[in-house]
Structure formats: structure tokens, C-alpha cells
Write a new protein. Structure first.
Length: 134
């Protein structure tokens, strides 16, 4: 499925960007760190924000994982940061990753609002939906 990157796809973005234009982050940003367990797997997530509170980046770390999974999570974080900084609306991120299914999955502990997730990405998309979509 091809992604349409024409300027009209950015209409939901609070800051209208032209194709190929990146909204740079300042040198110091506010962030939120979350620790949770999904199906027994401990994960650490950092949400970085623009000064006005919009989501700018997502970074994921997990305990007891191999180099392949660590590399995939790092790559996912980089891709997500770039997409958000180039104007992808958070609603599109949520639509793409909510309900994705792969291990680890199951009961979520450490988060009072989310009790179950079908994957790490499902959990992150759900957390973003609760925190950033009004």
C-alpha cells in the first residue's frame, strides 16, 4: 500500500508542512517516560513533545530481548520520530498500529488505564490515543 505524501494529507496536522519539510525539535524538549509490562515483558517508552505539547517522537526499550528485536524497536522509534516531524498526524499513527498482533501480548501491568494489549505497538498506539488525541 503506497502512502500519499501530498500536502493535502497533512490537513489534520496542527502545523501545516509542505512535502519534504521537517519541523525541527528544539535542543531541549519535555518528555514522559513510562514503564509497563505486556505479557510479562518489561518495556520502557519515552514520548518526546514539542513545546506546545504535541507528540514529536517515541522511543522504546525492552528488557531481556535479543539484538534483532532491539534493532527493530530502535528503527521503529526513528521512523516514528521522522514521520511525526514531517507532519504525519498522530491519528494516522494510531490507525496504522492499533490492534496489531504479535508477541509479547496479553495483560498490561503498570498502567491503570490500559489493561490488555495485542502487541507493544498496540499498547503504544493506545497510550498515544489516550494522551494526545482530544
Amino acid at each position: 500500500m503506497a502512502i500519499d505524501l501530498t500536502p493535502t494529507t497533512f490537513t489534520k496536522s496542527l502545523i501545516p508542512l509542505q512535502r519534504g519539510e521537517q519541523e525541527e525539535l528544539p535542543n531541549r524538549i519535555k518528555s514522559e517516560n513510562i514503564k509497563a509490562k505486556i505479557g510479562g515483558q518489561t518495556i520502557y517508552i519515552t514520548f518526546g513533545n514539542y513545546p506546545d505539547g504535541r507528540l514529536a517522537e517515541v522511543w522504546i526499550k525492552a528488557a531481556r530481548i535479543g539484538t534483532f528485536t532491539r534493532g527493530m524497536l530502535d528503527s521503529f522509534g526513528l521512523q516514528t520520530a521522522k514521520a511525526l516531524q514531517f507532519g504525519m498526524p498522530v491519528e494516522e499513527f494510531i490507525k496504522s498500529f492499533r490492534y496489531s498482533q504479535f508477541d509479547p501480548q496479553g495483560i498490561v501491568t503498570g498502567d491503570s488505564e490500559i489493561t490488555e494489549a495485542s502487541s507493544i505497538l498496540d499498547y503504544i498506539a493506545h497510550r498515544i490515543e489516550l494522551d494526545y488525541v482530544k
